[in-house]
Design a protein. Structure first.
Ligand SMILES: O=C(O)C1=C[C@@H](OP(=O)(O)O)[C@@H](O)[C@H](O)C1
Ligand SMILES: C=C(OP(=O)(O)O)C(=O)O
Length: 413
């Protein structure tokens, strides 16, 4: 499948963003551990959440989580600490995404987990049993999802958990999001020093929980306004919070440097404010930024900067190589089609110094990566008639993305 995209002169729309998949997936795991009967409300309908809902409802022997990293990591810990035997598997790409750090940590706590393919990678056979808990050290430089997975089961362990993070903690706001949600469900869990988290053995309390919209999904709308730069354009969102616990809510600061301002207006009696974003003329002449806390924002910011001719040096990108695809290679390859020559350094840095080449305008490949499709679609503002291959990949986190673009006046066919 391929879409051809043409942008409107002005964008003026109210967008119902999808619910956050990170919050949905945590809520589902914690809800299951709390043995509650009130399912979290406003769950995301994206692929990555549906695989967890399906696994929890049907409990098949073989659970296929497809391409969902959070589902793979969160369910590994959940199944290891819950009675029953399961095989946990996913897409071919998932079988290349490492899980050894989490499996080693769980085995250290007494879990029975076996690799069915390559050592250190899915698929896994997991025989659930009661785990003791205690003190554990876990490397935090590959994926924060291992730590979130261990933390979420921690209140149910006999001795709770004291978890020390070694080698630095990337994606740290996701760890804080996990701790915050655990506390929302009654857990006693917090940082006890700069790199140690203590979780006491105290059962979760069942409660009603409503999922906030997804700040990561808002990033593509910021990108559209930054690329368009038209003062008349405005996008409004509902369901986002100002003081959100989602690390990606920092998108509003990053894009304030790239010509998009954010305004909140509270409506009496409504739980969430309306968030409005508008273009303004003020842009930085160049941007240096460390993405190690917010890796999912890298693609929309990289595409925006290149297309607005803002040279950049972005660090903290090492983990982009082990996500849905090698995002560093994918960004370099696809931006070259549009005439921008990026280089990577030290495995974790992406640099654009303004070097250009002749654009081929070949269709953009998406590499089974929702964020490649969503980050390149706004490029149609600069390159009318841009073609995107396999656009259906957006269902991983934002199934309504193309319909929302149409609603905002883009022609998508
Ligand atoms: O915990 C989460 O919900 C997530 C953590 C991040 O992964 P890493 O910790 O692997 O960087 C992020 O990229 C992913 O989209 C969602
Ligand atoms: C990296 C992502 O997801 P996951 O690791 O959960 O597959 C993402 O959504 O960008």
């Amino acid at each position: 499948m391929q879409y051809t995209i043409t942008a409107p002169q002005t964008i003026n729309a109210t967008i119902a963003l999808p619910a956050s998949k990170s919050i949905s997936n945590r809520a589902l795991i914690i809800h299951a551990l709390s043995c509650g009967d009130i399912l979290p409300q406003n769950l995301s309908v994206c692929d990555d959440t549906e695989v967890i809902i399906d696994a929890m409802q049907r409990r098949p022997y073989e659970i296929d989580i497809k391409g969902a990293g959070t589902a793979m990591r969160f369910l590994t810990a959940y199944l290891a600490a819950t009675p029953g035997e399961h095989v946990l598997t996913g897409t071919d790409r998932m079988k290349q995404r490492p899980i050894g750090i989490l499996v080693n940590a769980l085995r250290y706590l007494g879990a029975d987990i076996e690799y069915l393919g390559e050592e250190g990678y899915p698929p896994l056979r997991i025989k659930g049993r009661t785990l003791e808990g205690g003190y554990i050290e876990v490397a935090g430089n590959i994926s924060s999802q291992y730590i979130s997975a261990l933390l979420m089961i921690a209140p149910t362990l006999k001795n709770g958990l004291q978890l020390r993070i070694t080698d630095g903690a990337i994606s740290r706001p996701y760890i804080d999001l996990t701790l915050w949600m655990m506390r929302e469900y009654g857990a006693d869990a917090d940082w006890s020093d700069a790199d140690t988290i203590t979780v006491n053995a105290k059962p979760y309390a069942s409660r009603k929980y409503t999922i906030e919209s997804d700040w990561s999904a808002a990033a593509y709308w910021y990108e559209m306004l930054a690329l368009q730069g038209n003062d008349e354009s405005e996008v409004r969102f509902k369901g986002l919070m100002d003081a959100s616990r989602q690390g990606d809510s920092i998108v509003k600061y990053i894009f304030s440097l790239l010509g998009v301002k954010t305004k909140y207006s509270t409506v009496e009696g409504e739980r969430f404010p309306t968030v409005s974003i508008k273009s303004h003329q003020c842009m930085l002449p160049r941007l240096d930024y460390d993405f190690s806390s917010v890796p999912d924002l890298a693609q929309p910011v990289v595409v925006t900067c290149a297309l607005r001719s803002i040279p950049f040096r972005f660090t903290g990108l090492a983990t982009l190589r082990i996500k849905e695809t090698d995002r560093i290679e994918a960004l370099k390859r696809e931006l070259r089609k549009l005439g921008y020559v990026l280089r990577d350094e030290n495995g974790d840095t992406l640099v654009w110094d303004g070097t250009r080449c002749e654009p081929t305008l070949d269709p953009i490949d998406t590499y089974d990566d929702h964020r490649m499709a969503m980050a390149f679609a706004p490029a149609a503002i600069v390159f009318p008639g841009l073609r995107i291959n396999e656009p259906q990949v957006v269902t991983k986190s934002y199934p309504q993305y193309w319909e929302d673009m149409q609603k905002a006046g883009f022609e998508v066919k």
